[in-house]
Design a protein around this ligand. Structure first.
Ligand SMILES: [Zn+2]
Length: 418
């Protein structure tokens, strides 16, 4: 009897070890699939991985627009760095409506610095293809190039202060006293101490630890806890800061003056990293004002909008497009976010991997790396998550953006004024 039990137990142990081994292998070798498109070198050429090169091209295109349209304003907000990095700035280009100021489009990129190459590419595509005097007769456009230039230049999502700009933007200091009640549930797992070591047992078995957390708290609760934003752990991920970051504070009065020249405005804020790889997601926080929802539905008629209420999305505090709207004292602002998916984060596996890549990078920045090999691997995975090098992915981004921007420019003029 005893011998049978022992045999059974050892068989179960072997099976469990096999299951752990197989899942660990599967997790380590998994990668999301590219969209099935033929790479187009002309599309991929819009991408500049280097901040200085992206900025130069933005400024040159801005000069060309200023030469052919009237009333164009350019301004730059310097973002000095403690680390001695030079030439970091938020560059703005304001092209007023050429005939009558009926509506304003605010296109912003690089709120999350490492996502800057895609945002810059899509913005420069718009500058090249959608800025005829005719298209801008009644529509003004404000381009905000790379709101987090430190992050673009160094390949980080967060600012030099470890602040996530998209959790930091608010006209009220009450934001910074927000308590994310779920964050303590995940703090120890997502903000590990000590040098980042990809070979450690905790990292090799990260998927199992994540699955245990999901089993205990549920995916919805965890996703919200991690991604919503937090104001208590300054070295942790998704930290929203204790005050408005300097470039947003400097931008606010200029932005306000331009917004108020129009009765209606709309934001297009460009992001990567969340959602199905190769898909352009319209990811909007559910608006409180039904007039806003109605108009966003009209602008994006026929497109699937995710209002942050589906099982796989989440809501955030301190987001930039909401803040832009709150700068208006009258009129209406339509906040829209484009998310170019990279990691299939709508799946459990993709979301676990996304979190793992994010936390390892922050651990490395905060506590150093166990070895140069760990640093290289962690930085490479982080880049690939937010700025995929795949020509097929980049081609899809440009193709989808061109179609979506066309739809916006066609539909926005039909939207009723407030
Ligand atoms: Zn982003």
């Amino acid at each position: 009897m005893l011998r049978t039990i022992r045999r059974l137990l050892s068989a179960m142990l072997v099976l469990a070890a096999l299951a752990v081994g197989a899942s660990t292998w599967f997790y380590a070798s998994w990668a999301p699939k590219d969209p099935p498109v033929t790479p187009d070198p002309a599309a991929a050429a819009w991408f500049a991985d280097d901040y200085a090169a992206a900025r130069r091209d933005f400024l040159a295109r801005g000069d060309a627009i200023a030469a052919r349209l009237s009333g164009v304003e350019r301004f730059a907000l310097a973002v000095p760095s403690r680390s001695g990095l030079q030439g970091l700035s938020v560059d703005a280009l304001y092209v007023p409506a050429q005939v009558a100021p009926k509506r304003l489009l605010v296109i912003s990129s690089g709120v999350h610095g490492v996502e800057g190459p895609t945002g810059s590419a899509v913005m420069r595509l718009f500058m090249a293809e959608f800025t005829s005097a005719e298209a801008l007769a009644e529509t003004g456009v404000l381009f905000l190039h790379t709101l987090n230039p430190y992050g673009f230049a160094t390949g980080r999502r967060f600012t030099e202060n470890n602040v996530d700009l998209n959790r930091n933007a608010s006209t009220s200091d009450a934001l910074y006293r927000t308590v994310n009640a779920g964050y303590p549930l995940v703090d120890a797992v997502i903000n590990p101490q000590g040098p980042a070591d990809t070979g450690s047992l905790a990292n090799r078995l990260f998927h199992l630890r994540a699955v245990a957390l999901i089993a205990r708290h549920g995916m919805r609760t965890l996703r919200q806890a991690v991604l919503q934003g937090q104001y208590q752990v300054p070295r942790g991920i998704y930290y929203g800061g204790q005050a408005l970051e300097p470039q947003l504070a400097a931008l606010a009065p200029k932005l306000q003056a331009i917004l108020e020249a129009y009765p209606l405005s709309m934001s297009l804020d460009l992001h990567t990293g969340y959602g199905a790889r190769g898909r352009l997601h319209l990811f909007f926080d559910p608006p409180k004002d039904p007039r806003v929802r109605e108009r966003l539905e009209a602008v994006f008629a026929g497109q699937a909008i995710d209002w942050g209420s589906g099982a796989d999305f989440y809501t955030v505090t301190g987001d930039v497009v909401g803040w832009i709207g709150s700068l208006r004292r009258s009129g209406l602002h339509l906040p829209a976010v484009f998310e170019y998916g990279t990691m299939d984060s709508q799946t459990t596996l993709g979301s676990i991997r996304s979190l793992h890549v994010t936390l390892l990078e922050n651990q490395g920045v905060q506590h150093g790396y166990a070895s140069p090999g760990d640093e290289a691997r962690i930085r490479r995975d982080y880049q690939e998550m937010f700025n995929p090098s795949s020509p097929a992915w980049r081609t899809q981004v440009i193709t989808d953006s061109r179609a979506m921007l066309r739809a916006v420019m066609d539909n926005l003029p039909r939207v009723a004024p407030p």
